[in-house]
Write a protein that binds this ligand. Sequence first.
Ligand code: SF4
Length: 282
Amino acid sequence: MNKEIFLCSICNINSGTCNEDCKFCSQSVRYKADIERYKQKPMDEILKEAIAAKESGALGFCLVTSNKGIDEKILNFVCSIAEILTKEVPQLRLIACNGTATLEQLLTLKASGIKAYNHNLETSEAFYPQICTTHPWSQRYKTCQNVNEAGLSLLTGGIFGLGESQEDRISMLNSISSLNPASVPINFYHHNEALELEPNPLTADEALKLIKLTRERLPNAQRIMVAGGRELMFGDRQSEIFSYGANSIVIGNYLTTKGRVMSKDLDMLQSLNLTVAKQVKN
Ligand code: SF4
């Protein structure tokens, strides 16, 4: 088992304002899910979260916005945050997750202090039209290629439990592999009753096997990160994810759902004799 675990914290700097129709996403305005919605999180709150993440041992701090892609306003907002955090909390490695992005936009983010960009393929190219009709999977793939071209570290993964087949899962993992990401965030669908999708049908055993499959299909990825849905999917079996190949987790809250308190995760790692990674190569 990998002894060093990478911790990442996510910060939803703009929430629930997206016009797209991704069926798994409570941040789409179309489904009227009962979530907190705001255009810009205040800088003092972002800074407070960043300091708390650093103090809990997180290396990665991800600035997430909820729209399809970057526009001028979002770009300026993320860059201004990145510049402040680079100065105030230099121990954190800043990640941006702002949807589809051009090479030029990614280079601007990089110049402001962003080190990595997260853009998930979500599912297979074939299944994607069943979960989103407002933008194509190819735009997601292209953005990931742009990330590589910009020389940012690429984080790309997806979400399991949307009703996809095993063939879709393998296809998605093959597509992810073709992009050679440093980190692969995998999420497990967390049902919200406002959404049209059926609840996640996966059992904890099936989900653990999917972590194993992800690790096997992506032997060169530095990190397999279990992100959203961990608590819901694994309950009191969360500690098992590490023996199936995960070596990174998101700590703290997710975008629209609460995670468990960070200290519980740190206690879990300690009880498993796992150490918190202190630095990251890419
Ligand atoms: S584009 Fe992103 S934020 Fe918008 S609905 Fe889809 S997953 Fe949610």
